[in-house]
Design a protein around this ligand. Structure first.
Ligand SMILES: [Zn+2]
Length: 260
């Protein structure tokens, strides 16, 4: 039996619990004997995670669900195996459910041909779709589902009191989840999701990668301003809404302006 390293009441994070990096953050939330996992990571980590949960003395049969923050390969490649090992349900946003069901490799980042990244994406059926406003009850705990599109159109965050399991919305250093048109990223939506997090009264952010941290509005403001600048820059291609240089160019072409 292992001693449980709680980060907050009812919350264990499995990388922190293990004392080494397993993969993306996997949160185990529990009340009494009932528990759930938020994300699972790569398939190769599933056995270690299940063994860890067993050693923490959680009855494997009391796993209420696996809850997907979104469908990316580094968060969900192991869902199929974990679902089978734990004989439990998978809950996901309807759009994530579609990607997981058909093993979409492009939108889950499993296949990035140009970088020679070719990962498996085992097909898995979602048993329960969750979306904005869904309340997940776990023992006496209530977990509120937030739809926070931006990084992915199916990105979810989960609120439990003063805690927000914030997925790939924001990390401790102010970085955000990758912005990529092929992934369904949407910068205006991302800004709205970050503003919602900023303006909420949650106190702690529990991201999907890296350390847990206290919500810091100054840091969020800086990140939001950065993303607002992306809206008018070519850096993220079709994710931008305009590119003012093109208007300037048009005027200069029309007026025959020479380089200065
Ligand atoms: Zn991620």
């Amino acid at each position: 039996m292992l001693e449980r390293k709680l980060i907050f009441p009812n919350v264990i994070e499995l990388n922190f619990q293990a004392g080494h990096i397993i993969g993306c953050n996997v949160y185990l939330v529990f009340d009494g004997e009932e528990w759930l996992l938020m994300d699972i990571g790569y398939e190769e980590s599933v056995e270690e995670i299940v063994e860890l949960v067993r050693e923490l003395d959680f009855p494997l049969s009391r796993c209420k669900m696996l809850l997907a923050t979104h469908a990316d390969v580094d968060h969900g490649q192991g869902f199929a195996l974990a679902k089978q090992m734990l004989k439990t349900k998978l809950a996901a946003h309807p759009r994530a459910a579609k990607l997981l069901e058909c093993g979409d490799k492009l939108q889950t980042f499993a296949e990035i041909e140009a970088q020679n990244i070719h990962l498996e994406m085992p097909l898995v059926t979602t048993d329960l779709t969750v979306d904005e406003g869904t309340i997940i009850e776990l023992g006496s705990l209530k977990i509120e589902v937030w739809s926070t599109p931006g990084h992915a159109d199916s990105q979810l965050a989960f609120r439990m009191g003063k805690l927000l399991f914030s997925g790939d919305n924001i990390y401790r250093d102010g970085c955000v989840g990758a912005i990529d048109a092929h992934h369904g990223s949407d910068i205006p939506a991302f800004i709205r999701s970050l503003q919602r997090i900023r303006n909420s009264d949650v106190e702690w952010l529990l991201p999907s990668h890296g350390p847990i941290f206290r919500k810091d509005n100054a840091m969020l403001d800086k990140t939001i301003a950065r993303l607002e600048s992306y809206l008018h820059m070519a850096d993220f291609g079709t994710c931008a809404i305009d590119w003012p240089l093109m208007d300037q160019w048009e005027e200069e072409i029309a007026s025959g302006k020479l380089p200065q």
